[in-house]
Design a protein around this ligand. Structure first.
Ligand code: AMP
Ligand code: MG
Length: 355
């Protein structure tokens, strides 16, 4: 049986045989629901329910819809608190949690900087923003100032704004996961643009297998990962979205400590017990980069990390447990084996050197 790429995104489910599967657009991206072979007759209603969950969360959490709860909250910045739903409240407080965990590398109030660099609804500036403009916008970025109280949220300063792009999809996948389990589906995979969570098995004794894309060449994989039941995987990549200013590429993930797009990281994949954490941490590790990985790992037990620095020759760094489940493409593994200089140890991480 040959392996085939089932669908797009930053990671993809590797399909061995036909399984009931449906794709649709929601939350500004591609979503796919795949069920175990035994549930073929339930694919339509289950997909409709998952789509309903994603569409509802998009209406609340999107920065692209002027009428979303998040945009209305940002509009009221410096004026008054806004009543928000339980889901929005939970995502905002989880966002603050990942802000604390990452020492501010993850910051859901990064929106003014995201806009400044030409992401979101704005287009790329013709020239690099000046130091002074960046400093001004930085004053508006601090997730700790967001006040969550009694079902309301308040941004205390005019110009502050929230961007949940680093966590909302993972949260949505977890809600879809909960729904599927509660509906009695044991074997399924939910994928929202590479934010993936699985349950059970696709068929027989096999676990779900996910391909991890090469951040330098999206048409190929760097390897595959086996996902045990209940586990989640998320990837953040600089190749996903970028702007070009003065012939230079700038990534859509901004370092809230400097105000500049992150450099030095090409891709991060997180493997852990839920999709919200995988999503929040993939963005967080992307910002702290390889240098900050060992430190952040101490605070995130249970999270396995694969990180590709943006450098040549290319390297793939993995935590030991990730290394156990990750099967690099033959080209990479053979070189790593032959070199075994190819396998180095850095702050508890293993390194696979492809060249
Ligand atoms: P992801 O693909 O999950 O890594 O999320 C990237 C998205 O998160 C970006 O497109 C922004 O909307 C948002 N974002 C950018 N920088 C940060 C940051 N430092 N902390 C939190 N969210 C961010
Ligand atoms: Mg993320």
């Amino acid at each position: 049986m040959s392996l085939a790429l089932a669908f797009g995104g930053t990671a993809c489910f590797l399909l061995r045989t036909e399984l009931p599967s449906r794709s649709f657009r929601s939350m500004g991206t591609l979503a796919t629901v795949t069920l175990g072979a035994a549930y073929a007759d339930r694919i339509e209603p289950v997909t409709a329910q998952v789509r309903g969950i994603f569409d509802r969360l998009e209406r609340e959490l999107s920065t692209y819809r002027p009428d979303s709860a998040i945009c209305l909250l940002s509009e009221k910045a410096g004026v008054a608190p806004r009543a928000i739903s339980d889901d929005t409240y939970r995502v905002l407080s989880l966002g603050q949690h990942f802000g604390d965990l990452s020492g501010g590398a993850f910051d859901i109030t990064v929106a003014p900087l995201v806009r400044l660099w030409g992401f979101g609804k704005t287009s790329a500036p013709p020239d690099l923003p000046s130091e002074e403009t960046i400093r001004e916008q930085l004053k508006l970025v601090d997730y700790r100032r967001l006040v969550l109280k009694d079902g309301t949220a308040f941004l205390p300063r005019k110009g502050m704004a929230v961007d949940l792009g680093g966590i909302a999809k993972g949260y949505a996948v977890d809600r879809a996961f909960d729904y599927c389990r509660s509906a009695g589906i044991k074997d399924f995979l939910i994928d929202l643009s590479g934010n993936i969570r699985v349950s059970g098995r696709p068929q027989g004794g096999e676990d779900w297998q996910i391909g991890v894309r090469d951040p330098f060449d999206r048409s190929r994989l760097i390897g595959k990962v086996t996902l045990p039941s209940g586990m989640a995987l998320a990837t953040s990549g600089s190749y996903e979205r970028f702007v070009e200013i003065g012939g230079q590429r700038y990534s859509h993930i901004i370092d809230p400590r400097t105000g500049y797009p992150v450099t030095g990281t090409a891709g991060v994949t997180i493997l852990c017990g839920d999709a919200t954490t995988a999503d929040g941490l993939s963005t967080s590790f992307f910002v702290v980069g390889l240098k900050g990985t060992a430190r952040l790992l101490q605070k995130t037990p249970g999270a396995e990390v694969l990180i590709l620095p943006d450098k040549y020759p290319r390297e793939i760094w993995l935590t030991p447990s990730f290394a156990k489940t990750f099967v690099p493409i033959p080209e990479l593994s053979s070189k790593a084996r032959s070199g075994c200089a190819g396998v180095a140890d850095f702050a508890g991480l293993f390194c696979v050197l492809p060249s």
